[in-house]
Design a protein around this ligand. Sequence first.
Ligand code: SAH
Ligand code: SF4
Length: 385
Amino acid sequence: MTANLLDYDLEGLAAFCASLGEKRFRATQLFRWIHQKGARDFGQMTDLAKSLREKLEGSARIEGLPVITQHESADGTIKWLFDVGNGDAVESVFIPEDDRGTLCISSQAGCAVGCRFCSTGHQGFSRNLTAGEILAQLWFAEHFLRAHLKTGGERVISNVVMMGMGEPLQNYSALVPALRVMLDDHGYGLSRRRVTVSTSGVVPMIDRLGEDCPVALAVSLHAPNDELRDKLVPLNKKYPLSELLDACQRYLRHAPRDFITFEYCMLDGVNDQPEHAQQLARLVQSHGGQGISCKFNLIPFNPFPASGLVRSPQQRVQAFAKTLNDAGIVTTVRKTRGDDIDAACGQLAGDVQDRTRVDRRIAQQRTVMLKQVPVEADTKEARGT
Ligand code: SAH
Ligand code: SF4
């Protein structure tokens, strides 16, 4: 089997070239051909010696992911479904805005964390993506968009968010080389502040990321206390809020930004009450004595039938945001984009084979939860809205 060069960061590619008896500058040339120019075959690499190209033909390949579908929304959002083999698929979404182009990419086929409100979590875990499969999403999207938008070779994607399918910090060994390629000036040259890892709170890996490859960090909070968070994000039982917030504080010493972004998915009658907002403000402002420098991003819940949950009404989301803003915490409400093509957070369903029977487990959690959530959500559930 030949080596897929998309799997390597520049160091890895230099080691691969050394194994072929080639100097480091050759690795840099090759790396630039692949990531900056989107080359797919060695024949295109005209400034490499013919002998090297022949060596590469025999030992290496540049293999992206087959595209199963591509959907373009009326607002310019584009969603791709990629085949990762064995019946599994993952999704990526491009979100154009006036001043930036953001690509949301996946790190795993499925996810083992099993959050109550997440459609990926409901599918169970299939497997980790390789570094090459994580990067293939960016490699394909960047070069497709350059051609599609006719930019004359100008970069299109300015921001990458690891907010697609999967928990990136449970796929750490593939995540880090992929991030390095995104940041490398010979690769995509993205600023550390514009590459965001989003995590449900894998505490030890937050520390390692701070050491190995600090980028912007988003933490999916979703609840102001352990009792509720245990039910929404099962990983909280292993790494409760106090430990998670300690890790956030430590991360800030390394982070390229001086704040952590907390994501909070607004679930009607579950975590969106005025007392939740007050408790949340107290939690982050008092933690460790000095509080945590943070911003909040409130995400309107994207409903899917199996969740049994409902999106919070807009007024309640605004009231929640006002409580946090009034307490001095910068809070924004995420715009939903690509709604017509199901491209919003948590709808990146892909098509992962459920090998863990996670749906049954989540259904059990749900039964427990519904006994305890406020009456409002219970009633909606009963009405089936
Ligand atoms: N596993 C990581 C990153 C992928 S999920 C994490 O959990 O952070 C990216 C974001 O989408 C997370 O904040 C997640 O909580 C949110 N999300 C998941 N399902 C959602 C849904 N149905 N509606 C709105 N946001 C959702
Ligand atoms: Fe996994 Fe994130 Fe979905 Fe939770 S929200 S199940 S961690 S992808």
